[in-house]
Design a binder for this molecule. Structure first.
Ligand SMILES: [Zn+2]
Length: 239
């Protein structure tokens, strides 16, 4: 942060002012996502304050998701969070009449049409991303019943389809819905109930998208999501 002129500090809490000035740097993009923040020692000297104030400021920004811890005690500017995730999560917890069934219905509304559009618009790189995700699901299965790694790969497959639509809002919305589903399922032990079926179903969806058969892609996605919801209802599942 060479050449940065910080403002004199006023009577507000010192760490809040430090956090505020760092936030300004990020807001004006003098510090961009992925940039490493100056080390604690350097910040201590630049602001002329004690270490504890710097640490407190960094903790505050970290808890707000503005910066993230990196290796060696350093901090980097985080990618801007998807505000849809937190909004939808909040709505889901506040609206007592919204349940898992609503979430899965929302997934069907979004993802069946996304599969349709993906079949019409996909490029080879999207098919490659789907293949990588399916291979990762199989590797996780071979590793012993999957778990976290399987679920992440499963999610990447669905994200690859959203990306293939070329519609950024479809992608963001899908991420938000999946985030809520995942958090809702975290209350139970998250083990894929029928991971083998998920692999077979993903292949069928991928084949329809590769063939540019939009109707079939939509139909295969619907069959997959209906099966997944049934498994979630009966016990634990993902997909
Ligand atoms: Zn799936």
């Amino acid at each position: 942060m060479a050449g940065t002129n910080y403002q004199p500090l006023d009577r507000r809490k010192v760490y809040e002012q430090i956090a505020g000035q760092l936030l300004d740097q990020i807001g004006t993009r003098r510090l961009k996502p992925g940039d490493v923040l100056p080390p604690e020692r350097e910040l201590t000297e630049s602001f002329g304050v004690g270490r504890s104030s710097i640490r407190e400021a960094l903790r505050m920004l970290e808890s707000q998701g503005v910066i993230a811890a990196a290796t060696g005690g350093a901090f980097v500017v985080a990618e801007p969070a998807n505000p849809l995730n937190s909004s939808l999560r909040l709505l889901f917890s506040l609206d007592e009449r919204a349940g898992m069934h609503d979430l899965y219905e929302l997934r069907r509304i979004l993802e069946c049409e996304a599969a349709f559009l993906a079949a019409e618009r996909r490029a080879d790189e999207h098919l490659e991303a789907m293949d990588t995700a399916v291979a990762e699901m199989e590797a996780a299965l071979a590793d012993g019943r999957g778990g976290e790694r399987f679920i992440d790969a499963d999610l990447r497959f669905h994200l690859a389809i959203s990306e293939a639509t070329g519609n950024r809002l479809v992608l963001h919305s899908m991420q938000a819905v999946r985030d809520v589903v995942r958090r809702a399922l975290l209350t139970v032990v998250l083990i894929p109930r029928s991971p083998e079926s998920a692999v077979v179903e993903h292949r069928a969806i991928r084949a329809a998208i590769a063939d540019r058969d939009a109707d079939r892609a939509r139909q295969e996605m619907r069959a997959h999501l209906v099966r997944v919801e049934r498994d979630v209802e009966q016990g634990v599942g993902s997909g």
